[in-house]
Design a protein around this ligand. Structure first.
Ligand SMILES: Nc1nc2c(ncn2[C@@H]2O[C@H](COP(=O)(O)OP(=O)(O)OP(=O)(O)O)[C@@H](O)[C@H]2O)c(=O)[nH]1
Ligand SMILES: [Mg+2]
Ligand SMILES: [Zn+2]
Length: 356
């Protein structure tokens, strides 16, 4: 196995806490408590590592082997070994966070095995967490499947944000309209119009329903021979798709109907499944917002693929494509070459960037 990342900066978590804490003024007592908590964390990690060395010496751990991270839960992960079974494992203290889809070197053990190293990622889907820190969600993905549905109503901006993220990470996007059984004549027409716009841009599209089970063959073929991840708003039916595509899998599925449920995500951990027809699919927790503010303007611009022929053709080099005279993008909108909804999305994203 090549490119194994065995060690990195020790105690990443401790560093993050310190940075976050620095923003507030701490009383001496608080500062002392923070330090104490950090020290305890370091001690715990060290103890686990010493324990590990002992277990290796006593022959309590199996030989090093390759594995695939199926899901992660805080400090533990589920790893699929060569035997095809799932094993709960701890991480060596000096390893960075692992995510679903990571390839690792690990040793079997009871009750938990140990992950020793991670194979370098070929791709990584990141998103900022609630504290604004960029975190990987899944690794080694070939395809991002953006799931939308008539209900909850799709936000074009979210779709466009995913398309930009897919472009920026070099992962192929695909748009999947689920719940086609719910399409009424009116919203059906609107939805199809929107989908046609994306199709015209060259994005692949699939329509399916887990209720009527239509379109499933197209989903199977889209999943074949690659690792895909289902992303999108909560309640669009990502887990329902996994359940209907994979016999024997029973991901928790729930209607997001009551006000109390708002903002609650049924799926809380990304999990990888093997599709019997071939390929792997990762079910991921739904999201309401997908912040891209860590990106720069150039990346966002290039992520709107139909803008490309016009970029660099505005009268002013620093054109913001707003009211600027001689703007090539605005001209293209007027001529119908760029959809107004897309330029709206673009402006929203730009106005949300940390350094626009
Ligand atoms: N009518 C209809 N309902 C569906 C379809 N697929 C899923 N649903 C329903 O949509 C609701 C949400 O489904 P989930 O699979 O939990 O949605 P999710 O995208 O995994 O949600 P999170 O895990 O919160 O991100 C459930 O009540 C499903 O029964 C479909 O094709 N048609
Ligand atoms: Mg789900
Ligand atoms: Zn311009």
């Amino acid at each position: 196995m090549q490119h194994l990342l065995r060690s990195s900066v020790t105690m990443q978590a401790g560093t993050a806490t310190r940075v976050g804490m620095a923003k507030r003024k701490l009383t001496r007592r608080q500062a002392w408590r923070v330090q104490k908590v950090q020290q305890e964390r370091v001690d715990r990690a060290q103890r686990r590592d010493e324990d590990y060395a002992e277990r290796v010496e006593n022959g309590e751990l199996g030989p090093e082997q390759e594995g695939l991270v199926i899901a992660h839960y805080g400090v533990q992960v589920d790893v699929e070994g060569a035997d095809g079974n799932c094993h709960r494992c701890h991480l060596r203290a000096n390893l960075d966070t692992l995510v679903t889809g990571d390839r690792v070197a690990w040793r079997e053990g009871a009750p938990t095995g140990v992950i020793e190293a991670r194979v370098e990622r070929s791709s990584e889907l990141n998103r900022p967490n609630s504290a604004g820190e960029l975190r990987p969600v899944a690794a080694n993905i070939d395809q991002i499947i953006i799931v939308i549905a008539p209900r909850p109503e799709p936000h074009r901006q979210l779709i466009d944000r995913y398309l930009v993220a897919a472009y920026a990470t070099g992962i192929e996007p695909l748009i999947l309209l689920n719940k086609t059984d719910l399409l009424t004549t009116e919203d059906g027409r609107e939805m199809l119009q929107m989908l046609e716009q994306y199709a015209a841009l060259g994005y692949p599209l699939i329509q399916a329903s887990t209720v009527s089970e239509s379109g499933l063959d197209a989903v199977y073929s889209a999943l074949r021979d690659r690792i895909s991840v289902f992303v999108g708003q909560s309640g669009v039916g990502k887990s329902s798709l996994v359940n209907v595509l994979l016999p024997g899998v029973d991901q928790v599925v729930r209607e997001l109907s009551t006000a109390a449920d708002k903002g609650v995500h049924t799926t809380t951990t990304a999990r990888l499944f093997h599709v019997p027809e071939g390929g792997d699919v990762i079910d991921s927790p739904g999201i309401r917002e997908f912040g891209l503010w860590h990106m720069d303007r150039q990346t966002v611009e290039a992520g709107f693929i139909e803008f490309r022929p016009y970029l660099g053709h505005c009268r002013f080099r620093d054109c913001r494509h707003e009211q600027d005279p001689g703007c090539a993008l605005m001209q293209a909108v007027q001529e119908g070459a760029i959809q107004p909804e897309r330029i709206d999305s673009y402006r929203h994203i730009i106005s949300s960037l940390a350094s626009p």
